[in-house]
Design a protein around this ligand. Structure first.
Ligand code: NAP
Length: 282
């Protein structure tokens, strides 16, 4: 059994990002990410600050705009419109959740798809289906990257995704299909979940239920990717997979923390660099 080291993979990608940022700066382009935080959700504040720190470490300029939770949606749309038109801003992200009553879809659809580094705009969602060049969400992309960068062959493999959420499971269906996997998607209405997971060469957990994928649900030697983030007993976080027991059966497995989640910020940064290309600037 091999534990896949998400932090080491993230460090490799970070070096690639740094090198590309240096090249862009030589061309006179300083990549810039703008993040909008409406309201005062404590987790969102932490995520936004963590992005700021990480962008600083790779040379990407970062701007955080905060607006009170009582802000009218029109004002939010005005900020996005101004950022869409500003050629010095290459990536735009809206921290979620938005305040109660503010229509998430209206806000996300206002972002220029070529600056939508979170991959939330319907046009980018569509590009996942068509296999087109778009900006794709970081967490499902992390699942693919940990597999590819660990030398796991996806082509022709049976991949079983547990969870069909908008953020992780659904985009992964098409990302795995684009990698030529045979894909099965399981959810709360799936009858006999273990029957499906036991057929899998690759199991991807994207559920949000602590340790629900147990060792007896995994085919010996299968690769297990855990995208789940749940509060752990006694503090900290744990994944959707019962890691300590599953690692005895799996051929390779990602831990939580230190797996999929380690890559998300750096993949957003990679999206900023891709956005610059999609905008025809480099
Ligand atoms: P979500 O929208 O809540 O979707 C959860 C999915 O799990 C649903 O499709 C649900 O089925 C399914 N599910 C729930 N209980 C199940 C059960 N007992 N058996 C089978 N399926 C079950 O979640 P999400 O936003 O996609 O996120 C999934 C996980 O990824 C969460 O743990 C979240 O914290 C984590 N996440 C991680 C990162 C990261 O950076 N690593 C980023 C985002 C999210 P139904 O559709 O039938 O309800």
């Amino acid at each position: 059994m091999a534990v896949i080291d998400g932090k080491a993979i993230a460090a490799d990608i970070r070096e690639e990002v740094k090198a590309e940022v240096t090249q862009l700066k030589e061309l006179g382009i300083t990549p810039k990410l703008n993040v909008l935080l409406v309201g005062d959700d404590p987790a969102s504040v932490v995520y936004a600050r963590s992005k700021e720190k990480s962008c600083g470490s790779v040379g990407i300029e970062f701007e955080l705009r905060t607006m009170p939770g009582s802000t009218a949606i029109e004002e939010v749309l005005d900020v996005i419109d101004a950022w869409n038109k500003d050629a010095n801003i290459h990536g735009i992200m809206i921290e979620l959740p938005l305040p109660k009553g503010m229509d998430k879809n209206v806000v996300l659809e206002a972002i220029d798809p070529k600056k939508d580094v979170d991959g939330s705009h319907p046009m980018n969602r569509g590009y996942i289906l068509s296999g087109g060049e778009g900006l794709f969400p970081a967490t499902p992309q992390s699942c693919i990257e940990v597999l590819l960068r660990s030398g796991v062959k996806i082509n022709g493999k049976n991949a079983v995704i547990v969870g069909r959420g908008e953020t992780v499971g659904k985009p992964l269906v098409f990302m795995l299909l684009n990698q030529n996997a045979t894909v099965t998607v399981c959810h709360t209405k799936t009858v006999d979940l273990a029957h499906h997971t036991k057929q899998a060469d690759i199991v991807i957990a994207a559920v949000g239920r602590a340790k629900m994928i147990t060792a007896d649900m995994i085919k010996p030697g299968a690769v297990v990717v855990d995208a789940g983030i749940n509060p752990a007993e006694g503090g900290g976080i744990c994944g959707d997979v019962d890691f300590e027991n599953a690692r005895e059966v799996a051929g390779a497995i990602t831990p939580v923390p230190g797996g999929v989640g380690s890559l998300t910020t750096v993949l957003v940064q990679k999206n900023v660099l891709k956005a610059i290309k999609l905008q025809g600037l480099a």
